[in-house]
Design a protein around this ligand. Structure first.
Ligand code: ADP
Length: 252
């Protein structure tokens, strides 16, 4: 499905990104795995290699342009080309009312979730154009469609991810790069585990589960399967889509 394709996965130190690394490698992709969590991303690369796949690990902060440029250069140096990217690095909401958010809170979440995706896309598209194009998938969130209290900065950052996804998708004729977004509902990842342990969130757990009519939260693989399809040639006519992977959350 992804045989011969070179793919960057950010946020691959755990959760959705790690599941994607294992699935993409199984489908024949050569991977450049990147995450701020150095030991996590090295562990993912080792898991891929142990399973017979090809992956290199790199520490990165996606909100720093020089580091994003270095990531793309390292990919070209190692593999000679870039065919796909799954921009999945992100941070969770801070759990405050909008009136209590500081400008630092706003920047922390938006710099990683929104600016990080923009910077990755900018340099990935430049690299992909050199070899005739490619495909990009960005991780947004059900919160790119709907909102709830205590997450204004996060909801804004994920709307921005869909916005830049659609913007870049309209340039596909010129760039040769298809760009889509996945919008996960609540997924069982370390990020969500941390949130569930927070005293502020615990009272809202039942309500969050009730918003998923399929009766459970998602698993990382639920999202990774969709991302794999969107990076493959089977989705050649899918461009600028914002695909819910949320058990029906946003259909409610
Ligand atoms: P999910 O699997 O839902 O994406 P996780 O918390 O498991 O949620 O994954 C998010 C990943 O993004 C984590 O591995 C985290 O280390 C990574 N990450 C967070 N901030 C940055 C950043 N600034 N640069 C690169 N990776 C980051």
């Amino acid at each position: 499905m992804l045989a011969g394709k070179t793919i960057i996965i950010t946020g691959s130190g755990s959760g959705i990104g790690r599941a994607a690394a294992l699935l993409f490698a199984e489908a024949g992709a050569r991977l450049l795995l990147a995450d701020q969590n150095e030991s996590g991303v090295q562990e993912t690369a080792a898991m891929v290699t142990d399973a017979g796949g090809k992956a290199l690990a790199r520490k990165i902060d996606v909100s720093k342009e020089v580091e994003v440029v270095a990531l793309v250069e390292a990919t070209l140096e190692t593999y000679g080309r870039l065919d796909g990217a799954f921009n999945n690095a992100g941070v969770q909401m801070i759990n405050k009312l909008v009136e209590d958010l500081t400008i630092e809170d706003w920047h922390r979440v938006n710099d990683i979730n929104a600016t990080g995706v923009f910077l990755c896309m900018k340099h990935q598209i430049k690299a992909m154009r050199k070899t005739g194009g490619g495909a990009i998938v960005n991780t947004a969130s059900a919160n790119a469609s709907v909102a709830q209290p205590y997450s204004g900065e996060y909801v804004a950052s994920k709307h921005a991810v869909v916005g830049i996804t659609r913007g870049a998708a309209t340039e596909a004729l010129e760039t040769g790069v298809r760009v889509n977004a996945v919008l996960p509902g609540m997924i069982n990842t370390p990020m969500i585990a941390g949130l569930l342990e927070s005293p502020e969130f615990r009272p809202r757990y039942a309500a969050a589960l009730a918003r998923h009519p399929i009766g459970r939260f998602g698993e990382p693989e639920d999202v990774a399967y969709v991302a794999r399809f969107l990076l493959s040639d089977q989705s050649a006519f899918v461009n600028g889509a914002a695909i819910a992977v949320d058990g029906g959350y946003t259909a409610c």
